[in-house]
Design a protein around this ligand. Structure first.
Ligand code: ADP
Ligand code: MG
Length: 364
């Protein structure tokens, strides 16, 4: 079928980890403070993401899985600012439903959906025979959308994706081993857990818990949950803020390492130089709370250690860089996490200085 072929060739859903990414973003967009991710066979057999967010009213379930049916269109302008909604294309659930057996089960949070409460004669949606504040579910199998059914469930949304690519064998063939696919899932969920320490994020693989953060807002506690005690105890806090004061005209330009850079704040945690990995993937950087992979920021962190790292070893870092939206271009390509700074050299220098001063403060 043409739609399925087009989607199979598309870019939103490449592997289980891309499904997990979209579902976790939706859960965050829904204001959840608990997100439980559970996968089976690396996500190739089953992916389940449960949240306690605002939920979806039964009458809106068909819209949620329809093409280009985002409820977040008003937030598009926020995208450049790197705030507000994470995904806005309105195609994730539609795409996932075309290439899997998708079930969306949801119960709206009372009062969260004012527009659908008590409006009997709205837009011909009376075909859905479930009370607006009750639980309901909808299944899509290879693009075939079923009927909305009542379902008992707590407030929030559970999305289950079974048999990913069951109807697109060419795509399924590209999947790696379950262990490798889980590795990708783990990376995605880890980034969201670290970026959102105020959300309790848990991950389970084949019935065993991989990690579970507390959601108490404490970044160190999130690092402890995700990377374990040895890493957590070696972490050094970074907190670097530029002050807004107009510089004294007599003052030297270099008095603050942040002078002349667009950066407003650098904060997070970096590891002691003895706690390293042979892999850059534990060097997590976020720009305006969005996870990004860019050599500018990773190199900036490595630079700060000034030769104290063993060859080909990289520190752990969970580093948040904040700068005005106008000085950064986030590429919202579904698979890429790229970013372009207007002043990359200044950004690199400032981030490096911020980390270096934190290391110095801790005798490194
Ligand atoms: P987008 O996120 O770009 O709007 P999606 O296909 O990911 O598109 O989701 C479609 C719509 O379904 C969302 O706009 C939202 O209204 C609803 N939705 C999806 N997941 C959730 C969730 N976990 N909680 C509440 N609403 C959701
Ligand atoms: Mg989405």
């Amino acid at each position: 079928e043409r739609t399925v072929q087009r989607i199979a060739a598309g870019e939103v859903v490449e592997r289980p980890a891309s499904v997990v990414k979209e579902l976790v973003e939706n859960a965050l967009d829904a204001g959840a403070d608990r997100i439980a991710v559970s996968v089976t066979d690396g996500g190739t057999s089953r992916i389940r993401v449960r949240d306690n967010g605002v939920g979806i009213p039964p009458a809106q379930l068909p819209d949620a899985v329809a093409e280009h049916a985002t409820s977040k269109i008003a937030d598009i302008e926020d995208l450049d600012a790197g705030v507000g909604t994470l995904g806005f294309r309105g195609e994730a659930l539609y795409t996932i439903g075309a290439v899997s057996r998708l079930t969306v089960r949801s119960r709206p949070r009372p009062d969260a959906h004012d527009s659908v409460r008590g409006d009997e004669g709205d837009g011909g949606r009376t075909d859905v025979d479930v009370a607006p504040d009750a639980g309901a579910e909808l299944t899509v199998e290879g693009g075939e959308v079923g009927a909305v059914q009542p379902a008992g469930c707590p407030v929030g949304t559970t999305v289950e994706v079974a048999d990913l690519f069951f109807n697109t064998p060419a795509r399924r063939k590209f999947l790696k081993t379950n262990a490798t696919e889980f590795d990708h899932v783990n990376r995605v969920v880890t980034q969201y857990a670290l970026a959102n320490p105020d959300v309790a994020v848990s991950l389970e693989h084949d019935g065993r818990e991989t990690f579970a953060t507390q959601g108490n807002g404490d970044l160190e506690s999130a690092v402890l949950a995700v990377y374990g005690r040895d890493v957590a105890t070696s972490m050094i806090p970074v907190e670097y803020t530029v002050d807004d004061e107009t510089p004294d005209p007599g003052e030297s330009e270099s008095s603050s390492p942040l002078a002349g850079t667009p950066i407003e704040r650098v904060h997070g945690l970096v590891s002691h130089p003895e706690t390293t990995r042979a892999n850059r993937e534990y060097l997590s950087t976020f720009v305006n709370d969005r996870y990004v992979t860019t050599s500018i920021l990773r190199n900036a962190v490595v630079d700060a250690y000034g030769g104290q790292l063993a060859p080909d070893r990289y520190p752990f870092a969970v580093l948040f860089v904040e700068l005005p939206a106008g000085t950064v271009d986030v590429n919202v390509h579904p698979r890429k996490l790229e970013i372009r700074f207007d002043e990359p050299a200044a950004v690199r220098e400032t981030v490096s200085a911020a980390v270096e001063s934190a290391l110095l403060d801790h005798g490194v």
